[in-house]
Design a protein around this ligand. Structure first.
Ligand SMILES: [Fe+2]
Length: 346
């Protein structure tokens, strides 16, 4: 390939990347409006509790992100749509300036919804100009971050609206779901299977603790007993290595060694544990990440979920135990005294 060909190929690649990013930007921005589409202006104004935000606020806040972190620094000559919006629609970015208190977001009746939508259109048009202007590489990274942030707020819109509607007499539906014509499922009966995992937990301020134990309907097979014993040993090996100052990868390696010694390493899922996180099941953990490659260091006071596991798809078998500990200077304090034994039911 000549150097001219290489330059042409690079330029074509850059064009593709730019077009992909623009399409991604348009899709995510349209996605937020689609989430709001079933809602009236009044629905989008209400705030049902201090921990929730109005849909209108979400729509404006994610737009403020693009204006503040992309358009203002990178689009030459850009002028803010309304300088007052920085105070109203900042969330927690202290370095950018003061912000309106979260519990009072529902009191922001001005700007109205129409003006917020005009704000979105204004910022979208400016973002299209920015993306077409051959911006520096960090712009693409920030756009991707801004879009991930907007997608997070799309989830929050749905969550907050469901809470809002749950407070309302009649409990309106966010969206009507047409009744499905279901096929006859046949007579009801029990289905035999070898075992299962049961997870119980508690939730506080969106942080969900999960305690996982292995149950079996009827006598357990020797194979399941063996798998369970390996995971129980891995849990103990993991906890034994946990204390403040230790790299998070150390307890992970301890659990992994036990599983590998039993010849099961290829059936192990990637993570041994993570900091307790919001949601159930948590789709991501918070620091510290207890898995290979983690650079986190355990600190006193961290609450960590530990869940060594193996899943053998071909055998239709799996074993996992979940425990939660608080890291201390000298070790790890278990938050549950529930035995880790295999529980036989029936
Ligand atoms: Fe945010």
């Amino acid at each position: 390939m000549t150097s001219t060909d290489q330059r042409t190929a690079r330029a074509a690649h850059a064009d593709d990347a730019e077009r992909d990013l623009l399409e991604h930007f348009r899709a995510v921005r349209a996605g937020s409006l689609a989430r709001a589409a079933p809602l009236s202006a009044e629905d989008q104004q209400a705030q049902s509790m201090p921990d929730a935000s109005p849909t209108k606020w979400h729509l404006a806040h994610v737009t403020w992100f693009f204006e503040t972190f992309l358009l203002t620094p990178f689009l030459h000559g850009y002028r803010a749509f309304d300088p007052a919006f920085g105070y109203l629609f900042n969330s927690y970015y202290e370095t950018v300036g003061p912000r309106h208190p979260r519990p009072a977001r529902g009191l922001i009746t001005r700007p109205g919804l129409e003006r917020v939508l005009a704000y979105r259109a204004h910022v979208d048009a400016a973002m299209e100009r920015l993306l077409a202007s051959d911006p520096p590489a960090e712009v693409a990274e920030l756009v991707v971050l801004g879009l991930a942030h907007e997608e997070q707020h799309q989830e929050l819109i749905l969550m907050d609206v469901l809470h809002l509607f749950a407070q309302m007499p009649g409990h309106p539906a966010y969206r009507a779901i047409p009744a499905e014509q279901s096929a006859d499922a046949g007579p009801m009966g029990f289905v035999d299977f070898d075992g299962g995992l049961v997870e119980i937990g508690a939730n506080r301020r969106r942080y969900t603790s999960t305690l996982g134990r292995q149950w079996n309907l009827g006598p357990a097979s020797q194979r399941l007993k063996d798998l369970h014993a390996v995971i129980r040993d891995a849990t103990e090996a993991c906890i034994a290595e946990m204390r403040a100052g230790v790299a998070a990868v150390v307890p992970h390696e301890a659990a992994k060694r036990v599983i590998a010694k039993a010849g099961l390493d290829q059936y192990r899922m990637h993570t041994t544990g993570y900091g307790m996180a919001p949601g159930f099941p948590p789709s991501w953990g918070e620091s510290p990440n207890v898995f290979g490659g983690s650079s986190d260091i355990l600190k006193a006071g961290m609450v960590v979920s530990i869940e060594p596991n193996v899943f053998l798809a071909q055998e239709g078998l799996g074993a996992r135990l979940i425990d939660n500990v608080i890291i201390t200077e000298s070790g790890a304090e278990l938050l549950s005294r529930t035995p880790r034994d295999l529980v036989i039911v029936g």
